[in-house]
Ligand binder design. Sequence first.
Ligand code: PLP
Length: 402
Amino acid sequence: MVAQLNLVEGKMQYVYDENGRRYLDAFGGIATVSCGHCHPDVVEAIVNQTRLLQHTTVLYLNHNVVDFGEALAAKMPGELKVVFFTNSGTEANELALMMARLYTGCHDIISIRNGYHGNATSTMGVTAQFYHKFNVVQTGVHHVLNPDPYRGVFGLDGAKYANDVQDIINHGTCGHVAGFVAEAIQGVGGVIELAPGYLPAVYSIIKKAGGVFIADEVQSGFGRTGSHFWGFEAHGIVPDIVTLAKGIGNGAPIGAVVTTPEIAKVLKYAYYFSTFGGNPVCAAAGLAVLNVIEKDKLQQNAYVVGSYLKDRLNSLMEKHEIIGDVRGRGMLLGVELVKDRKLKTPVKDENMQILEQMKDMGVLVGKGGFYGNVLRITPPLCFNKEDADFLVDVMDYTMSKM
Ligand code: PLP
């Protein structure tokens, strides 16, 4: 059995265990720590607000909650100007799905087979990997082909995968749908960049079917992809609903749903309440996060250091046959491990001991993917080139010993 690490302290890209041993956190919590562990500005905002007022319900206003809502809305394009706060990404997606259904009067939701959207009833329904494993079969949920350039049946042809969405609408629904939900880059599913052209094509298919487009930005938001602040921007679309969590509070438990005034109206006639959602302390953390990302130029850093790290990982691929694919953008990167490059046979669990070996050498990375064979690299956005070098050197060494 693997001894679990007991972490007691964090400083920017590093965490420390109970014995004072330092680890480079290349998983960034779980893609949650956007600014760096215990970033002084975020800590200060949390401590100050905790001293003043720890909690008020949505029945009353608090300036942090209002300011944070306004700041998030200002970061969004188009009509995406109404913000609802939740405690997590799961709750944000549950609310988004409910809104889509209420707004359209339709029940059918389409999601991508390899996506991950949370662990409550509706979100497990749209998360295909749960659907079958945990028997959460639901009516009106349709899982379409994964537009995965590496393993998908149509390779890089986004339009062909989009045809599957049209096909499902034609044959599995009455022709109308409530909506479609997707991540701009799948995180838990193994850091999969959707085939080019897929999202814009699906966007127009969904619009024609009367549905709303939900962008799950829980992992790909807040500058993590480097090139854009929101992942969907790289696909040239403006969603109807955007869901946020993880990096939004640098680890503070908060999520959000951002939508248009027209869609938001549906909640006037339905019941939505969250005791802790958008409490003043988490909202203070969120405001500080937005400021730090701007002040410390973290999105730009994610782009520069992320590109450097990806180049180095690609070079490692030339040396180690076990690396089948390197992908992702900015600081949302994945390394898929295979037994055979040509056949793309996923490595077995024992090869994933690499995570433990890297941990023993002082580097933390995550794992994911349908076969559990993808190393996930989602460090705090303050990660620098020396950190990238150290990470790659440790990976190189452990792979040489396999
Ligand atoms: N959506 C995406 C893309 C996620 O990666 C996750 C969590 O990993 C969720 C939703 C669920 O968020 P939470 O774990 O905060 O409920």
